[in-house]
Design a protein around this ligand. Structure first.
Ligand SMILES: Cc1cc2nc3c(=O)[nH]c(=O)nc-3n(C[C@H](O)[C@H](O)[C@H](O)COP(=O)(O)O)c2cc1C
Length: 187
């Protein structure tokens, strides 16, 4: 699949089939996540793949501020991919904890590779971290950053509209829309 097709294909999926994940595909997806860049190449993140039904059920009960759909997705999808990051093993520049960046890039690599293999995913970051830590025996020096269910798509929603470039991309100065330059050049 072309890179831009993968980007277009990726969207948050909350209705999954419970069909098994192909091990070969999962291997490729995991390898892609391992190619993610990280602060000083420290790779301060780790992934936990959960395919145990009882643990998935317990983790679904940890979801906060989310729709029942997200909880159901965690139970239905054949696997979860959970990314955890180690703050002490990554950088902190001007108060920016870079373990969050490292972990987010790695999970997004995972998510895009999953889309390329035809699987659905949904970033979930709102959960009771302590309970997940307990269920998966995660040490206290790691923070649970985010998770996603992964599996064959049962039902997908249409894509959200593309963001307005004028509002989100500036050129040289704050609030000078990037696309204005194009207009000037053209006029
Ligand atoms: C960092 C992050 C955290 C998110 N956390 C949740 C979550 O806790 N629960 C949820 O239902 N969706 C969550 N989402 C999914 C977003 O709501 C979704 O990406 C957004 O609505 C855009 O839709 P799309 O992914 O289909 O483009 C999260 C997404 C991101 C990037």
């Amino acid at each position: 699949m072309d890179f831009y097709d993968v980007i277009n294909k990726r969207k948050s999926v909350k209705k999954f089939k419970n069909t098994k994940i192909c091990e070969e595909k999962l291997g490729r997806i995991i390898n892609t996540a391992m190619l993610a860049p990280s602060w000083k190449n420290k790779t301060s993140y780790k992934f936990i793949i959960v395919d145990d039904s009882y643990k998935k059920e317990k983790i679904s009960e940890c979801i906060k501020n989310s729709s029942d759909e997200a909880m159901q997705a965690i139970k239905d999808a054949p696997i979860l991919s959970i990314v955890v990051g180690e703050p002490e093993d990554s950088g902190n520049v001007d108060g920016k904890p870079l373990y969050l960046v490292d972990s987010a890039i790695a999970l997004e690599h995972f998510v895009l590779a999953a889309a390329s293999e035809g699987y659905g995913t949904c970033w979930i970051a709102s959960f009771d971290e302590d309970k997940i830590r307990q269920y998966l025996s995660i040490p206290f020096n790691f923070k649970v950053v985010a998770l996603t269910p992964v599996g064959e798509i049962q039902e997908e929603k249409p894509h959200n509209p593309i963001k307005n470039v004028n509002e989100h991309v500036f050129l040289n100065t704050w609030n000078i829309p990037y696309s204005r330059k194009k207009e000037k050049v053209l006029s």
